[in-house]
Design a protein around this ligand. Structure first.
Ligand SMILES: C[S@@+](CC[C@H](N)C(=O)[O-])C[C@H]1O[C@@H](n2cnc3c(N)ncnc32)[C@H](O)[C@@H]1O
Length: 245
């Protein structure tokens, strides 16, 4: 999996400007699920080149640490940190195997769990996430929507197209999506049902698992209108998930 994002490199930054990634939709949904992070310690997993890691610090988190399996992504994140230091530490690791990095108030993971290559891999990720949280801490993640429907609108006009999406995806089934950046690229991941996510989270010790569909912010609605966002909101490619230790 590291190779996948090592190849994609800085094309990822182009993705950040597409509607699907917009602060009106993805950012709004994630930060609403998170609530305030002021003065908190936050571990941002699958941080990529640090898009949300930097935002977490900018929103007042006291300590922020980013982790990604891809050396190339972390190289990019460190470049941002060097250019505009915020005091963020970055590490290269697979979340399933990362060494202890401390105890955090909040763990975030924006686009991680669908990269698990087996239920056992997802369970190891969830156990390690749980182990990095203080008692009472929260885990907020954003992941491929287990209820994305082949019959619903695809998300092409928002910047991402699910390729050959099956009518009844099976757990562990290989999926691909094309990202419509300046130089388009394809990502590969696995389908995991809601039950598989919830089972891994519960077995790892999490409680109060809540799924949250993406929402558009009032600013996003004012700027582009409800009609622009509606197809995406009817069949979003990703959803948020929050649970507590
Ligand atoms: C779609 S990118 C998202 C990056 C970032 N969270 C963002 O939203 O900009 C997914 C990231 O997950 C990372 N990743 C995939 N599997 C991982 C694993 N097992 N452990 C850590 N990072 C992983 C990839 O290297 C990639 O950078």
């Amino acid at each position: 999996m590291s190779a996948q994002y090592d190849q994609i490199g800085d094309k990822v930054a182009d993705w950040d400007v597409l509607p699907v990634r917009s602060e009106f939709l993805e950012g709004h949904t994630i930060f609403k699920a998170l609530g305030s992070v002021e003065e908190m310690s936050v571990l941002d997993l699958a941080c990529g080149d640090g898009l949300y890691t930097r935002q977490l610090k900018a929103r007042g988190a006291a300590r922020v640490v980013g982790v990604d399996i891809s050396e190339e992504m972390i190289r990019g994140a460190r470049q941002y940190e060097e250019a505009q230091p915020q005091g963020i530490d970055y590490h290269v690791a697979d979340v399933a195997d990362m060494r202890p990095l401390g105890s955090f108030d909040v763990v975030t993971a924006i686009y991680l769990l669908h990269y698990a290559n087996s239920p056992e891999h997802m369970l190891r990720m969830c156990r390690n996430i749980h182990a990095h949280l203080k008692p009472g801490g929260s885990f907020v993640t954003y992941a491929f929507n287990p209820e994305f429907s082949a019959k619903g609108p695809n998300s092409t006009r928002y910047g991402i197209t699910m390729l050959d999406f099956p009518e009844a995806p099976r757990d562990g089934q290989a999926l691909s999506a094309e990202l419509h950046t300046k130089s388009p690229f394809t990502i590969h991941f696995s389908y995991w049902s809601r039950d598989t996510h919830e089972q891994a989270l519960r077995e790892a010790g999490f409680r109060d698992i809540t799924w949250l569909r993406p929402e558009c912010s009032p600013e996003g609605l004012a700027k582009l209108g409800q009609a622009f966002w509606q197809d995406y909101l009817d069949n979003p490619h990703a959803v948020a998930l929050r649970c507590e230790r």
